[in-house]
Write a protein that binds this ligand. Structure first.
Ligand code: TRP
Length: 328
């Protein structure tokens, strides 16, 4: 039986936060050791170049994501960890894919338009090409499903279209990959608006935050009187309830929801309990990271081996596609 490949990709733009961890890494880590799955963890460094970047900072950020992945429980014995640019087939396949994607399709994507608005001076070809490279990341490994946030669905759609077109025109056998919904596929922001995001200050808990910092951050989450007919389905209280469920289970959330309808919630108590639960989960990750920081040789070895394994799979796919497209 062939294993189902799942791929996690994180742009190398900084440290991971709780949202990335719950939404992408934790679910993938849980698949390790399951004989039906082959998890791949990628650091998307080329995608980090689609918006303005500083080479020194990029270099540092690539290592940060690697360490965060490993500290969060990635086991190099059962998963493949690699840096995108160390597997040149990503760019090669992306070029071949670009022959079946129209400029109009890419320029109408909401993700592209947002970035152009954010960086009007950097409306580059690399930015427009982002989804093509992402389709290549995914299809190189014939990935069946992947843990991505809902914001990535437009990119997944493009990937599905590329797969279909390539299969129809050239007889390849690319799967149409599906979103893998993890329990934390949408982690709401601490501000109560939108999702936890690296680019929104005050919206996230870092994987490196200590108990005091987590308490301070939770203290700022906007709340209400704590009592009413029904617990709110948006805003700060909703964020707190979601986190309570993620860290304390559904039962705990239900208890608080009942309190909301009856005696009322004392938010300070809830926030303290939640901060403790979050910290309990982060503590071992932080300890592991400290160990890894002291062992750069081990990390380099893991990366070398990961890139080698990824290249083996990737080069087979590229040869196959080149043959079907008449290049070989
Ligand atoms: N675009 C993804 C994000 O911003 C990152 C990414 C790049 C990715 N290549 C990928 C995710 C391949 C999954 C698979 O979250």
């Amino acid at each position: 039986m062939t294993k189902k490949r799942v791929l996690s990709g994180i742009r190398a733009t900084g440290r991971l936060h709780l949202g990335n961890y719950l939404g992408m890494v934790k679910g993938m880590v849980a698949l390790q050791g399951n004989p039906d799955y082959e998890p791949l963890f990628m650091v998307a460094d080329l995608h980090a170049m689609t918006t303005p970047f500083d080479p020194q900072i990029l270099k540092k950020n690539i290592r940060e994501v690697v360490l965060d992945y490993l500290a969060a429980g990635l086991d190099p014995k059962s998963a493949i960890l690699f840096i995108q640019s160390q597997v040149p087939q990503h760019v090669e396949l992306a070029y071949l894919f670009s022959t079946v994607v129209s400029i109009a399709r890419l320029s109408h994507l909401p993700t592209y338009k947002e970035k152009v608005k954010q960086y009007p001076e950097s409306n580059t070809i690399a930015l427009l090409y982002y989804p093509v490279l992402m389709a290549s990341d995914i299809l190189l490994y014939k990935t069946n499903s992947l843990p991505v946030g809902d914001d990535q669905l437009p990119h997944l759609e493009v990937t599905g279209e590329v797969a279909k077109k390539m299969n129809n025109l050239y007889g390849t056998d690319f799967p149409e990959p599906k979103q893998m919904k993890t329990e934390g596929h949408y982690v709401p922001s601490l501000t109560g608006e939108g999702k936890m995001s690296k680019s929104v200050e005050g919206s996230y808990v870092n994987l490196t935050d200590n108990l005091e910092t987590i308490k301070t951050k939770l203290a700022k989450v906007p709340t209400d009187s704590g009592r009413g007919n029904k617990a709110p389905e948006e805003g700060g209280v909703h964020t707190l309830m979601t986190l309570v469920e993620l860290f304390g289970g559904e039962k705990k959330r239900k208890e608080y929801e009942k309190q909301y309808q009856r005696s009322g919630i004392k938010y300070q108590g809830l926030k303290n309990e939640l901060a403790g639960a979050i910290y309990e989960e982060l503590k071992p990750i932080q300890e592991e990271r400290k160990k890894l920081e002291k062992d750069p040789e081990y990390v380099e070895k893991v990366l070398r081996e990961g890139a080698k394994k990824a290249r083996q799979i990737a080069s087979q796919t590229v040869v196959e596609v080149k043959e079907k497209m008449g290049l070989l």
